[in-house]
Design a binder for this molecule. Structure first.
Ligand code: ADP
Ligand code: MG
Length: 392
């Protein structure tokens, strides 16, 4: 048989996929380019269209419009078995009456490979997922994590150019899930296979992916590296979906002293560069996003031209072992979240005390405020919202 490398090259292109279930638009023009060998994660809340996208790629579902290309070839109309794509699902879907080795051998038997070749490849695949020696066991004799490894071996044993994984670690506990995240990343790199991975867990997405597509209501809201999405979210939705943040909403103002995000309660300095990057004009609704690890909390006021600071009351301190989380109440339901790594603490104020929270201007990320878009110019700024994500 030919070497692994020559069978691969799994560049995937999705062009304007739409899918309607009755009245419900499950996919609303999904376009995506994954390079050969790239690990791309579809990240989004339940119901946002991730599985529907995978089903269109795998061939279980025909999109109402749009096309799927694998290595430049239009596969939109091909049957499932003509696509040669590997798949792993949350429920391992192993054959219970077959041993692990027989499960892994199955795709090769379907492809009518010679017996010796099958044996060699099955041993190789089991070795790759660290199950060498357990091939004779039945699924019921394996742990959840081991079963998922068998499912993974079965999905890659025929050396598909493209591997689809739909929440494969959803049924495993946290420790095992994290170990498997590392394993799956290692295996996909070793094989050079293109992976489209689905999860609703943003930490999992950050830990595993070359790039992440953030899904929202059947559309890709933003596609980028984890760092791009976290540090430079393009929309308020992405900013609040990826990690924790404090969010101020208001309108952009500019005067001789600089640029500000202003609402009925306060006026917070923002970096000119951030306004320019977004092309935001004064008067436009905007939101300011600040990540908790960028926020400082001090008992005394801070005066420094390169930072923004606001006064509030320290409401809560949450001990997290490696860090502490500080919740500061600014009034009017506006809160700010700060996260301080253990060891970085100084003289900490206590709960109930008045404090100043501040951050360097460059870490205040501006995004357009889609929710407020269409509000007539000059209308009152939207009420400040407690924009903390549920504490983890
Ligand atoms: P995700 O995988 O992101 O949780 P899905 O792609 O499974 O989301 O579903 C997207 C939307 O389409 C959801 O609102 C879901 O209820 C709907 N949907 C999915 N499959 C069907 C179906 N077979 N019939 C009707 N609606 C469906
Ligand atoms: Mg799903």
């Amino acid at each position: 048989m030919s070497s692994m490398g020559s069978e691969l090259a799994g560049a995937l292109r999705l062009e304007g996929l739409t899918k309607l279930y009755g009245e419900h638009l499950a996919l609303d023009g999904v376009s995506l380019d994954a390079r050969a060998g790239e690990f791309v994660t579809l990240l989004g809340a339940s119901g946002s269209g991730k599985t529907t996208t995978l089903r269109c790629v795998a061939g279980f579902l025909k999109p109402d419009s749009g096309r799927v290309f694998l290595n430049g070839r239009d596969i939109t109309g091909l049957a499932i078995h003509e696509r040669n794509i590997g798949m792993v699902f949350q429920n391992y879907a192993l054959f219970p009456h077959m041993t692990a080795a027989d499960n892994v051998a199955f795709p090769l038997q379907v492809r009518k490979l010679p017996r010796a070749e099958i044996q060699r490849r099955v041993a190789e695949a089991l070795e790759l997922v660290h199950l060498g020696g357990l091939g004779g066991r039945y699924p019921r004799q394996l742990s959840g994590g081991q079963q998922q490894r068998v499912a993974l071996a079965r999905a890659i044993v025929f050396r598909p150019p493209l591997l689809l994984m739909d929440e494969p670690l959803g049924a495993l506990d946290k420790k095992l899930r994290e170990a498997m995240q590392i394993e799956i990343t290692r295996i996909s790199r070793e094989l050079g296979v293109t992976v489209i991975y689905v999860t609703h867990d943003q930490e999992e997405a950050l830990a595993m992916s070359d790039r992440i597509a953030v899904y929202h209501q059947g559309r890709i809201e933003q596609l980028g590296t984890g760092e791009e999405l976290y540090e430079h979210p393009a929309t308020l939705f992405v900013a609040s979906f990826m990690g924790e943040s404090s969010i101020f909403r208001g309108r952009l103002e500019r005067d001789l002293s600089g640029a500000y995000l202003a609402n009925e309660r306060r006026r917070i300095p923002v970096a000119e560069a951030a306004c320019a990057r977004l092309g935001l004009r004064p008067g436009q609704p905007a939101a300011l996003v600040v990540r908790p690890e960028r926020v400082r909390v001090r008992g005394a006021a801070e005066r420094n031209g390169a930072s923004a600071s606001v006064r509030g009351v320290l409401r809560e301190v949450v001990y997290l072992g490696s860090a502490r989380k500080y919740l500061v109440d600014l009034g009017g339901e506006q809160q700010v979240l700060a996260r301080v790594a253990a060891g970085a603490e100084q003289d900490w104020p206590s709960v109930g005390q008045e404090v100043t929270v501040s951050w360097d201007l460059e870490y205040g990320v501006l995004v357009a405020d889609e929710a407020a878009e269409g509000a007539p110019p000059g209308a009152a700024a939207p009420a400040e919202s407690a924009a903390l994500e549920a504490s983890r």
